[in-house]
Design a binder for this molecule. Structure first.
Ligand code: ATP
Length: 320
């Protein structure tokens, strides 16, 4: 394969730029040409295709966001849109495509490979960590670290005023950001879409911790359950402790990627290009048991995400 394309799609995630750099530099190392498609699949509709050189990706390894920008593209869900995408690839002589994005973006990649024969490689770039086939997605570690920074600050002020903080983090269907930031920040309670909650139990847990000498409480809630504001209102109606909601919001999606995310980006990008170079397409790259892996992209998107109940129990035991 001599010429490949590369796009970022769906929600942005820290580490996407580092992955772009790894793809571009690995391809050039192997004597391949790389074309960057701006604004995800929308760039294929509008033919925004730009050749990437060694220096096009200088000084971006540390930058959040994505230099190729990203978009949601409804046209890609239609047959006409998909045909347009394939025409653009053909026009530029692009023989294979690397898609950096979440499960939706992978579904687009799957259509291109399954129905139009375009070899595609998916790199999991999403802060949600909602793909079962890989232990971690790109951007998750940085997003959790951003949450930790904010929760640490909230703990300071909540302790001074003896309050309960309800902190809303991202995660529509997947509670991993809440789970990991809850454990790592020492939050007493997490509320996630995977497990139903009982307000009376939560109040009992808060009261128990106060009786044990605690001066504040942190509850981390995933956005998919409800907003921090709604939850704080419900909680306040049945407790005398002062409750304060905070929504972390889009801050989670930005910022310089952590070491862990830069390492993933380097390895995912490198692996994606090696696969295309060897004529292998329709794969998703990931990490499992500390090893970089690849698997059938259709299988990867079909796997149902499992919640880590063991980690949840650990939090229950150690955060009192
Ligand atoms: P995140 O996890 O951050 O939301 P994502 O990749 O899952 O990222 P989506 O908005 O679900 O984000 O998908 C991104 C784009 O992928 C869509 O706007 C659309 O262009 C394309 N896409 C999603 N689902 C399909 C599908 N079934 N067929 C073809 N293209 C799709």
């Amino acid at each position: 394969m001599k010429r490949i394309g590369l796009l970022t799609s769906g929600g942005d995630a820290p580490g996407m730029n580092a992955a772009i750099r790894a793809v571009v530099r690995t391809a050039i190392y192997f004597g391949m040409e790389v074309y960057g498609i701006e604004r995800g699949y929308a760039g294929l509709m509008d033919d925004i295709v730009i050749k990437q050189e060694m220096r096009s990706v200088s000084n971006i390894v540390q930058c959040g966001g994505t230099k190729l920008r990203t978009a949601r593209c409804l046209e890609m869900l239609t047959k006409e849109g998909q045909e347009k995408a394939v025409k653009t690839l053909e026009k530029h002589g692009i023989e294979g495509l690397v898609v950096i994005g979440g499960d939706g973006s992978f579904r687009g990649a799957k259509v291109l490979s399954e129905q139009y024969g375009v070899p595609t490689i998916g790199i999991p770039g999403t802060i949600d960590n909602d793909l079962q086939y890989t232990d971690y997605t790109l951007g998750f570690d940085t997003a959790v670290n951003t949450c930790l920074d904010i929760i640490n600050k909230l703990r300071d002020t909540m302790t001074s005023h003896e309050r309960v903080s309800v902190v809303e983090v991202m995660g529509r269907h997947c509670g991993d950001i809440a789970l990991y930031s809850g454990i790592a920040s020492g939050a007493e309670i997490i509320v996630v879409p995977e497990i139903s909650f009982d307000l009376e139990n939560i109040v009992a847990r808060i009261n128990r911790s106060r009786a044990n000498g605690k001066h504040s409480n942190i509850i981390v809630i995933a956005e998919g359950v409800m907003s921090a504001e709604q939850f704080a209102k419900k909680l306040q109606s049945i407790t005398t402790h002062a409750v304060r909601p905070t929504c972390i919001g889009h801050v989670q999606r930005g910022g310089s990627p952590s070491m862990a995310d830069r390492m993933l980006a380097a390895q995912f990008g490198n692996k994606a290009v090696r696969l295309l170079r060897d004529g292998i397409g329709n794969r998703a790259v990931g990490i499992h048991d500390n090893k970089i892996i690849d698997m059938d992209i259709i299988e990867a998107v079909s796997m149902k995400k499992k919640f880590n109940y063991q980690l949840y129990e650990t939090l229950q035991m150690i955060s009192m």
